[in-house]
Design a protein. Sequence first.
Length: 113
Amino acid sequence: MILDPTSSLLANLFWITLLAVIVSSASGVLKAGFKQFDLFGVIIIAIATGLGGGSLRDMLLDRDVFWISDQIFFIASLVSAIIIFIAARLIIVPPRYFLVADAAGLATFAIAG
């Protein structure tokens, strides 16, 4: 019996990449929040941190940019930025949480490749 791991592997990589975008966006929201940015500034920083590295990777490899071909990544970055912005306004967030979110984003992107 031969198993085809391609479909399950691609599904797992999709979810890991989506998680990496969300966690990296959270890192951007926390960093922008410490600088007292408004909602628009927070969203711009969150999208730049969540999607910037993968966009640069795809452009250097001369591939289609991943979040343009599948907009779920952009939507996830945008929605997570708004939710975390509102939650951070209601809860006092210690500065060390930024380091945790930043490290988690880096780790999940490293796993996704």
